[in-house]
Design a protein around this ligand. Structure first.
Ligand SMILES: Cc1cc2nc3c(=O)[nH]c(=O)nc-3n(C[C@H](O)[C@H](O)[C@H](O)COP(=O)(O)O)c2cc1C
Ligand code: SF4
Ligand code: FES
Length: 607
């Protein structure tokens, strides 16, 4: 069969977007279809493996220019990258932000996740439906679609707008009228409510110009790299061991062990990755760091390159964070010009450079092995571990993946010294820690506190429960975390304190629900999130997340299958199977918030 017959050919705009990224085609474009050197389209093989990693950037390029990715554009990308069209289609449709359906040049993504739901998201959706028609409408003009958390929970309700030709824009707090009128202001980086003098990780946010290397340097920027180089690789990694710094992305793995693993791994080619995919509902800390202090991320990645021997870094930024992406790209350009990236970095005899990669609306791509697949141009499906990334990571090479906050904390270790860093917090949870607090508090936002601060103290910093209400429950660790009740507010915010309270700190999300809350809708939204975001690769998670959502819906409708007790037992059984038998952390934690709520008697009733 001639596959070309299936392809419509791209529009001029789409073709130009692809050619801008990939360069002009090497041989004839016959006015409708690109033909390979021998006159045939040859998919796969060596050429495909070489360039496949450009698949997602090419999809973004087309969508940025045209608003969506047509069949013709997908066919053209497939031909240019020699990726089979079915595989390219599989990748394009994996990502929520890649639009292969709607033809509207403007698409509004409205967050209706757990925090925005408490700030009027449903009313916004109702107004948009009245004005623009049902979600996902494919007509001309403006379309809209509901979205999971957009990482703007500190200023809920949030929306993200994509317009052909001008890209993405965050809008928060959003309201239906300004959304449909496409009239809104440029957003400032999140407000920091604390006194900057007392802060380490957030001290530059709002104080320096995030687009200026000079401004960054004037606040001590790049002193940490100088120190790291002066110490040398071994002493640097030993200092990280001594600091006790553990990863802030959820798994709490000691960074010294990870960096040493990559440094000691066999092979010439190694990578470091800054994980800025931050998509856990209730989490926005990495956005504020990347937007407000992008040079810090770039400096810390450079130190990671020096320590591990990696010559290339990827900063993987979630697609919903256009400002973070732009500022990181600008910081990379300026650092390169100043000799702080590229060949012979800072005259210290090592090479290191960084490329920004944009995610496209897939929570699972924050999982490190799914992130590798995403960069490589595959569907973002997690891989079995072992082999661990330090041995076999992106492109099969030793790779260190670190969360954005972890990287910024490396600078703090170098600035203050390992012993001083280790003296903050507890023996097993050292240093300063960021918490994103949102929901029913008076001052939602990002707070930096020493590990060991209690949940109650954190909530007090955020102004306490809003409107004078009492605490219903607090979801610690985001959708993948667990609810704790008002009797647990004195829990210490440490890795070990969270474990003792049967929860985890996860990515540092703390969502407060007041005592008027009906928890049923929140639990169903969490269940929906996991069902939507499951990559579908393994059965316990793919089926379990659907069954969990169905079961909660039946309970809500007062229509339990086989009776109330049986339905509750079904939820427990599903939780056990998902937790025990799923391949990755998504399935393993998909039941934890629901289970914790049921244990506390929240939201499992018939309402
Ligand atoms: C479903 C899932 C989503 C994740 N999302 C993120 C994320 O957005 N950002 C992040 O840093 N880590 C995320 N992680 C954890 C990463 O796999 C990895 O442990 C982390 O990036 C390592 O960095 P760290 O050691 O600095 O914490 C996620 C894990 C899972 C299972
Ligand atoms: S647990 Fe879920 S998200 Fe993880 S690999 Fe399995 S199906 Fe995919
Ligand atoms: S931005 Fe809406 S819940 Fe986070």
């Amino acid at each position: 069969m001639d596959l070309r017959a299936l392809l419509e050919g791209p529009t001029d705009v789409e073709r130009a977007a692809v050619d801008d990224l990939l360069g002009p085609p090497e041989s004839g474009w016959d006015g409708g279809h690109f033909t390979g050197l021998d006159g045939h389209i040859a998919y796969g093989g060596h050429a495909a493996r070489e360039r496949r990693n450009l698949l997602l950037p090419a999809l973004h390029a087309v969508q940025d220019a045209a608003g969506s990715v047509s069949k013709g554009a997908l066919g053209y990308i497939s031909e240019r990258l020699t990726v089979p069209p079915a595989e390219a289609y599989g990748v394009a449709t994996f990502y929520a932000l890649i639009n292969t359906m709607s033809r509207s040049p403007t698409l509004i993504h409205v967050c209706d996740d757990i925090v925005c739901a408490r700030y009027g998201a449903d009313e916004i959706k109702r107004s948009l439906e009245q004005e623009l028609g049902p979600p996902g409408a494919t007509g001309p003009g403006i379309g809209w679609a509901p979205s999971p958390c957009l990482g703007q929970c500190d200023r809920a309700p949030a929306a993200l707008i994509h317009t052909a030709g001008s890209g993405y824009r965050n809008v928060a707090p959003a309201d239906a009228r300004s959304l449909t009128g496409l009239a809104f202001d440029e957003l400032p980086t999140g407000l920091i409510h604390q006194d900057k003098e007392e802060l380490r990780l957030l001290r530059r946010i709002g104080e320096i110009d995030p687009e200026s290397l000079d401004s960054y340097r004037s606040s001590g920027g790049y002193d940490a790299l100088d120190k790291a180089i002066a110490m040398g690789r071994d002493a640097l990694i030993a200092a990280l061991d001594k600091s006790g710094l553990r990863g802030r992305g959820g798994a709490a793995f000691p960074i010294g062990i990870k960096w040493r693993g990559v440094a000691d791994a066999e092979g010439e080619i190694k990578y470091v990755i800054a994980n800025g995919d931050e998509s856990e509902p209730g989490t926005f800390k990495d956005r504020i760091l990347m937007e407000g202090d992008p040079f810090a991320v770039i400096e810390a990645m450079t130190i990671a390159g020096f320590a591990t021997g990696a010559t290339k870094g990827f900063a993987y930024v979630r697609g919903e964070y256009p400002v973070a992406e732009r500022r990181l790209a600008n910081a990379i350009d300026q650092a390169r010009v100043a000799g702080l990236l590229g060949h012979d970095v800072a005259g210290a005899g090592f090479d290191f450079d960084i490329e920004v990669r944009r995610g496209a609306g897939a929570y699972i791509c924050g999982e490190e092995t799914a992130l590798f697949a995403s960069i490589e141009g595959q569907r973002g499906e997690p891989r079995q571990k072992p082999p661990f990334p330090t041995e076999k990571g992106v492109f099969g090479k030793p790779t260190s993946v670190n969360n954005i906050e972890t990287l910024v904390a490396v600078l703090a270790v170098l600035e203050m010294g390992a012993a001083e860093f280790a003296a903050i917090g507890t023996e097993r949870s050292t240093g300063p820690k960021l918490f994103c607090i949102s929901g029913d508090v008076a001052r939602p936002g990002l707070y930096e506190v020493p590990f060991g601060t209690t949940l109650r103290q954190l909530m007090t910093l955020a102004g306490g429960v809003r409107a004078g209400a009492g605490v219903g429950a607090v979801l610690v660790g985001g959708a993948a975390g667990s609810f704790v009740d008002a009797g647990t507010l004195d829990m210490e915010l440490t890795f070990e304190g969270a474990a003792a309270a049967q929860t985890g700190l996860g990515s540092g999300a703390v969502i407060v629900f007041d005592d008027t809350t009906d928890f049923g809708p929140a639990l169903r939204r969490i269940a929906q999130f996991f069902r939507d975001e499951s990559c579908g690769q393994c059965v316990p998670c793919r089926i379990g997340t659907v069954r969990q959502e169905e079961s909660l819906a039946r309970l809500a409708a007062n229509n339990p299958l086989g009776g109330f007790a049986e339905e509750r037992q079904r939820l427990d059984d599903l939780a056990l199977v998902m937790t025990d038998a799923s391949i990755c952390g998504l399935g393993q934690t998909a039941a934890s918030a629901v289970q914790s709520a049921l244990r506390l008697g929240l939201g499992g009733g018939a309402r």
